[in-house]
Design a protein around this ligand. Structure first.
Ligand SMILES: [Zn+2]
Length: 403
């Protein structure tokens, strides 16, 4: 008999309340959890007997939990109580502009870090196979710098928890059962390059334990400015096969994702991770106010198709949130992904159930985020180049892993 897949959904009213204070995504968390509750996704029907879903109410992280990655002086400035360090300190740590102080920042930072770390611990300690934490996914925060609406890098903190975990004994991942240490892959689908996470592990991947791959939009002036947000250059001395970037052009659509997913599959197959942390930023969906793509939810190459392929891999999976600046579309996307993880997949044309947030889903009142008529600038030539480069990257990766 096949063991049921165990899913842990990490959320609490308190966490939704503090997450909803984040100025860039005010009230988003409340709407997301309200829609997921309205669909009754956390109580799968008897037809989904192959799944067991449990709710975990996380505790906030401690200050010392944050220093597992962040510098002590940054943590002190971030959590200052009373808040509001002087102007020079703010400037030094990026606590200004789009990462300015806001009332509740301390509770927010500790709450989000605690939630993603708790989700990672559930996986690491073998209590679940899929963990979901939509309040996490703050991929731009650096060791001692807030950036791009991100104050604490919960993705890195979760990856560190999983890196310490034992490898999952799996004949398909580790046929000879020879692995001494776990392998953890970070896959980032947010339209913005996952610079904070890549920076945390770049150069440390030589030990073959953490591999980061960010698929993102890249164009002059598009956030974040980073010399690493480009196609891998295997001839460069700085090339690291464990810190990978796959930039796409404007208007990336399902067709482009279906195409580049061959590359994702190749990397996955070569690295064979025990754990995958999947950052599901949804600001690449059509009509996101900060996005540049034309991605949609359904169909081949759609967000749901891509995430399902990750969920079907033998690895244990942590689903994190991230960007998403259309409040209703973010809630739609994460509700749909929750339904996949819980084994009760909703179709994109499912009507939105009547609940307190109902009116924001006008005018369609369905779950779908359809594409707009923006042109996909990712040409056949470009996608062929991506294929060819990553074929070489994967060869190098295999060689490095075999050392
Ligand atoms: Zn983003």
């Amino acid at each position: 008999m096949v063991e049921p897949r165990r899913i842990t959904y990490v959320a609490s009213e308190k966490l939704a309340k503090t997450s909803s204070l984040l100025p860039s995504n005010r009230n988003r968390s409340t709407f997301v959890h309200a829609l997921i509750t309205a669909f009754d996704l956390l109580r799968p029907s008897p037809s989904a007997a192959s799944r067991v879903v449990s709710l975990l109410r996380p505790s906030p992280a401690s200050e010392s939990d944050l220093t597992a990655y962040h510098d002590r002086c940054y943590v002190d400035a971030l959590l200052a109580d009373p808040p509001g360090p002087d102007r020079t300190t703010c400037n030094e740590f990026g606590l200004e502009g789009d990462c300015a102080f806001f009332p509740g920042l301390r509770e927010y930072a500790l709450g989000v870090a605690g939630a993603s770390m708790a989700a990672a611990r559930e996986l690491a300690e073998g209590r679940c196979d899929i963990a979901i934490c939509w309040d996490g996914g703050r991929h731009h925060a650096h060791k001692s710098l807030a950036s791009g609406f991100c104050y604490v890098n919960d993705c890195v903190l979760a990856l560190l928890v999983l890196r310490r975990a034992s490898p999952a004994p799996s004949p398909s991942l580790d046929p000879g059962n020879v692995r001494k240490k776990s392998r953890v892959m970070y896959l980032d689908l947010d339209v913005h390059y996952g610079d904070g996470v890549a920076a945390a592990f770049r150069g440390a991947g030589a030990r073959g334990q953490v591999l980061t791959l960010s698929i993102h939009h890249a164009a002059l002036g598009f956030f974040p400015a980073s010399e690493h947000a480009v196609l891998p250059d295997i001839s460069s001395a700085a090339f690291d096969p464990f810190a990978l970037s796959l930039p796409l052009h404007a208007g990336a659509s399902c067709a482009t994702f279906a195409r580049v997913w061959r590359t994702v599959d190749r990397v996955l197959e070569a690295f064979a991770p025990d754990y995958i942390v999947l950052q599901c930023g949804v600001d690449g969906l059509a009509e996101d106010p900060l996005g540049a793509w034309n991605w949609s939810l359904g169909g081949e190459g759609g967000l749901a198709w891509c995430v399902q392929r990750v969920l079907d891999s033998p690895a244990k999976v942590l689903l994190l949130g991230g960007g998403g600046y259309s409040l209703p579309n973010t809630a739609r996307a994460w509700a749909l992904l929750t339904s996949l993880a819980c084994g009760v997949p909703l179709s994109p044309d499912t009507p939105i159930p009547n609940h307190a947030g109902f009116t924001v889903y006008a005018p369609s009142f369905t779950l779908d985020v359809p594409p707009s008529n923006v042109r996909d600038e990712n040409t056949e030539d470009y996608l062929t180049e991506v294929d060819a480069i990553f074929e070489r990257v994967v060869e190098i990766l295999r060689t490095r892993l075999a050392l």
